[in-house]
Structures are given as C-alpha cells and as structure tokens.
Design a protein around this ligand. Structure first.
Ligand code: PMP
Length: 364
C-alpha cells in the first residue's frame, strides 16, 4: 500500500520558497482562560444566536444553489455600518480579513513586486506577502512603537513598494496612527496603501479612522473585520472599503462563490444586530484602560493601547512567564519584540484571574 509509506514534506515537490517554512500558529490550547487571540470574550446573546440560527435554517433550504457571487446585500449592509457616504461599489468582503489581505496581494503584489510594513506588526502581513511571492520590506517602528513619518516616507521613496501595510491600531503593540501619518504616507506611496483596522472599534476617543481619507486617496484601502468588536471570529467575515476601481480589481482574483450563502446571511443578520453585538466594546475599552493602569502601577512597562489587548513587559525570560501563566490556566500570547507579552482583554473575572496569576508568576 503506497499510502502507508513514510512521506515527509521534503519528499514533495514543494515550491522552493515554501521549504522549511512553518504555518501560522497561535497555539490552540484548551484552557479555562484564553486571552491569546484578541477575541471578544462575550458571545452573541441568546436572542441574536436564535436569529442567526433561524437564518441558517432558511438558507439551508436553498443550499443546492450557489450563493450570490458578488455578495451585494452583504456589501450594502457593510457600507451602511461604516457610513462615510460609502455604498456597495466601494466595499469588498471575504472569509476573514486575512483573505481580504491575501486577495489584495494577489492583485497588487506578486513575483518581482514588494510590500512594505512597519514592524513589530501583524505577523500575517509578511506571511501573506511571502505566500503570494511578493518580497517583504520591513521598516522598524520607533521605540514607542509609533511610525516616524520622515523615516517612513523616505523608505517608501527609496524602495517604491507596490503595497504598503499600516495597522491602526497595530497588533501586537496596540498603537493607533494619527491620520496625518497615514496621509503623509499615502501622499508619497506609489502603489496601494492598506490600513488594517481590524481593531478600529476599540480606539480611544480622538483617533479618527482612515475611512476619512478614502475620498482624497483613491489607492488607499481600509480593511476591517467582524472577528473582534462584533464577536464573530467564528463566522469568518472580513471586509474592506476602497475606490470602486480597487473593488473591481479584486474580482480578478476572488474564487467564484468564495463567500458561502451561510456566511453572507449570518453576517447580514449580525449587522442588523450591530448595536447589541457591539454592546460590550465600551466595557472592553474601559477594562483595557484599567488593565494598563494596573500593570503600570505594578511596575510593568506597557505600550499605550487603542485595541482590545495590551503589550506589556519587559521580561528577561518571557517564555517562563508565559508558561507560568499557562500552568495557572491563563493562556496569553508570546509575541512582539523580545521581552514583551501580549494579553487580550477578557471579562472582569478573566482579567482578575490574569492579574492574580501574573503576580504569582512574577513574585509581584
Ligand atoms: N489584521 C489584524 C491586525 C489582526 O490582528 C487580525 C487577527 N488576529 C486580522 C487582521 C485577521 O482577522 P480575521 O481574518 O479574523 O478577520
């Protein structure tokens, strides 16, 4: 039986650039307190869950047919949620914003092309860049994790990247970018500028969204997700707002019927319940601000956060702190620059367990 023979990756005719690679992997460990993937700790209410279930039941009766290939109703609903005078011609949606980002690189990146990012930042940006055979150009953020405008614009002028990634608020640092920074970069960038706003709804007051710049910058893309603020990580729905020509271009690479009828319908119903689903955002922001204060009061270094997570440190052996927390049932994320750890904001009970475990582990 040929299937029983030992076969390793090295025996397969893999693309050369994929050899020796490791898949993206936040560990999925079954723990009492999971604060590692920036999920919303509050599930949809029973009423919303029931509405979603009714939806799925109805869609199920028509599953012999392909879904709306262009997801027009969903894109219209997303435009309505974003406001800013947007309509469905300027919205695109896919299975999570990761797929949105991959489609962007399939259209605007590729062999012989470059994408630039300001690191530390979201680790999937360079991974998707590599998977689409685009060359990654990394520029370091300042010590406070901000993006220095002069440095950024000069790197862009020098390297002329086809795609520039900006994350605001940034993962894993929590840093939001001032609109002036995004605008200065959009002015000099020769290609596409993607502002990854996965955590937009968690921003503190006073930091506007890059959506405000769309009308004046036709090559700007703002990507969003329903995974975080909307409590819908399991539904897989990411989206973007851009010029209609950008949306038209994305049709060139999307697989036909990429968004299932179930996904489209569930997302539309979730958007109809937006006020309720987003109800916990205010509390999560308050909990986040309290966490930052508490960590600082206990002598930790903490990056200012506009997201639903906090980067803190600094530890000479962060791995042992991470492991110590895990031993106490609290899973956080070992990510970001050396010496730092990232914790997602959970319920008050979860944060209390996190604080207790952290003090035990660090002897605080
Ligand atoms: N962008 C950023 C900055 C993220 O942190 C994440 C999720 N960790 C994503 C995009 C992707 O999220 P999703 O695919 O669930 O929309």
């Amino acid at each position: 039986d040929p299937n029983s023979r030992e076969l390793g990756l090295e025996d397969l005719p893999l693309r050369d650039d994929l050899r020796g690679g490791t898949p993206y992997g936040a560990p999925q460990i079954d723990v009492p307190i999971a604060l590692n993937t920036n999920e919303n700790p509050y599930p949809p209410s029973e009423q919303v869950a029931a509405a979603l279930a009714r939806d799925v039941a109805e869609v199920a009766t028509g599953l012999n047919r392909y879904p709306d290939r262009d997801a027009v109703r969903l894109r219209r609903a997303l435009a309505g949620y974003l406001g800013h005078g947007l309509d469905e011609s300027r919205i695109w949606a896919a299975n999570g914003s990761n797929e949105v980002l991959q489609q962007i690189l399939q259209v605007f990146g590729g062999p012989g092309r470059t994408a630039m990012g300001f690191e530390p930042s979201y680790s999937m940006h360079p991974i998707i860049t590599g998977v689409t055979n685009t060359t990654w150009l990394s520029v370091a953020r300042a010590d406070d994790f901000s993006v220095d405008v002069a440095e950024a614009t000069s790197a862009i002028e020098q390297h002329q990247p086809h795609v520039v990634f900006l994350s605001s608020p940034n993962n894993p640092t929590g840093t939001a970018l001032p609109l002036e920074t995004i605008e200065a970069i959009a002015r000099v960038a020769p290609g596409i500028v993607v502002v990854d706003e996965a955590y937009a709804e968690f921003r503190r007051a006073g930091t506007p969204s890059a959506l405000e710049l769309l009308d004046s910058h036709p090559r700007l893309i703002v990507s969003r997700t329903m995974s975080k603020a909307f409590s819908m990580a399991g539904a897989r729905l990411g989206y973007l707002a851009a010029h209609p020509a950008v949306v038209e271009a994305l049709h060139l690479v999307r697989l036909p019927y990429h968004l299932s009828a179930i996904t489209q319908s569930v997302a539309i119903t979730a958007l109809e319940h937006a006020p309720e689903l987003l109800g916990a955002v205010k509390q999560l922001r308050e909990e986040r601000d309290e966490l930052v204060e508490w960590l600082r009061a206990h002598g930790f270094v903490v990056a200012d956060s506009d997201a639903n997570f906090v980067l803190f440190g600094r530890f000479s052996d962060r791995k042992s702190v991470w492991q110590g927390l895990l031993d106490r049932g609290v899973l956080i994320r070992e990510t970001g620059p050396a010496g730092w750890l990232r914790v997602s904001v959970g319920t008050p009970e979860e944060m209390s367990a996190f604080r207790d475990a952290l003090l035990q582990v660090t002897g605080g």
